[in-house]
Design a binder for this molecule. Structure first.
Ligand code: PRP
Ligand code: URA
Length: 209
């Protein structure tokens, strides 16, 4: 399997433990997802290219680094990936936001697309795809397929909890992406839910169950 990064920072692990707790309510759950996305983003974006520009401080002129190149694109997989957007936007407020709508068929667990709108042009941007859950990997593979079909090249994928099967499937289909996960869980159950996981991320973020 190609390489991927697991976030070992204690703050991230602590917040993931609170996410898992079934007694964590919607408002706290949503805030935690946002905070984890920001902390993960800090690490995942550490290789952003910079260029020196001339800035005049109150004291003197100096050459100092700023983020180089075209803007970042953040692309959440709807619905649950939306919960991670504001955390990343806090880090890069000028990022453009795309959306990919996918839902898993409850019987087959295969993803179905219902929406795709990406910033144009997409080919020169660094694209950060967000989805808190990487289970079978079907949704992640489909999302990266769409982005590549639209011309996306430089893709990072951020997921808070991942199953080993999902990681393997995603990196087998797309070995060129950079994958960042908050924690790798044990396995999937017969309904393709991650164990121990946190339940249905979309429902917990939006309070729909
Ligand atoms: C969840 C989750 C991922 C997908 C992961 O979304 O947010 O997108 O399942 O599962 P997979 O790796 O097996 O594809 P879901 O389909 O439940 O849609 P929702 O976000 O609208 O609730
Ligand atoms: N989607 C979720 O929201 N949770 C899982 O455990 C698997 C897929």
């Amino acid at each position: 399997m190609t390489d991927y990064t697991v976030m070992t920072h204690p703050l991230i692990q602590h917040k993931i433990s609170k996410l898992r707790d079934k007694n964590t309510g919607t408002a706290e759950f949503r805030a935690l997802v946002e905070e984890i996305a920001m902390l993960m983003g800090y690490e995942a974006l550490k290789d952003l290219p910079t260029e020196d520009v001339c800035i005049e401080t109150p004291i003197e002129e100096c050459m100092t680094p700023v983020i180089a190149g075209r803007n970042l694109a953040i692309v959440p997989i709807l619905r649950a990936g939306l919960g991670m957007v504001s955390g990343l936007q806090a880090l890069v407020p000028t990022a453009k936001i795309g959306h990919i709508g996918l839902y898993r068929d409850e019987e087959t667990h295969e993803p179905h697309e219902y929406y795709c709108k990406l910033p144009d042009p997409i080919d020169e941007r660094l694209i950060v795809v967000t989805d808190p859950m990487l289970a079978t990997g079907g949704s992640a593979v489909a999302a990266v397929d769409f982005i590549k079909q639209h011309g996306g090249k430089h893709i990072k994928f951020m997921s808070i909890i991942a199953a080993p099967q999902g990681i393997e499937r995603l990196l087998k289909a797309h070995p060129d992406i950079q994958l960042y996960v908050g924690h790798v869980d044990r396995e999937l159950n017969e309904n393709a839910y991650i164990c121990p996981g946190l339940g249905d991320a979309g429902d917990r973020i939006f309070g729909t169950k």
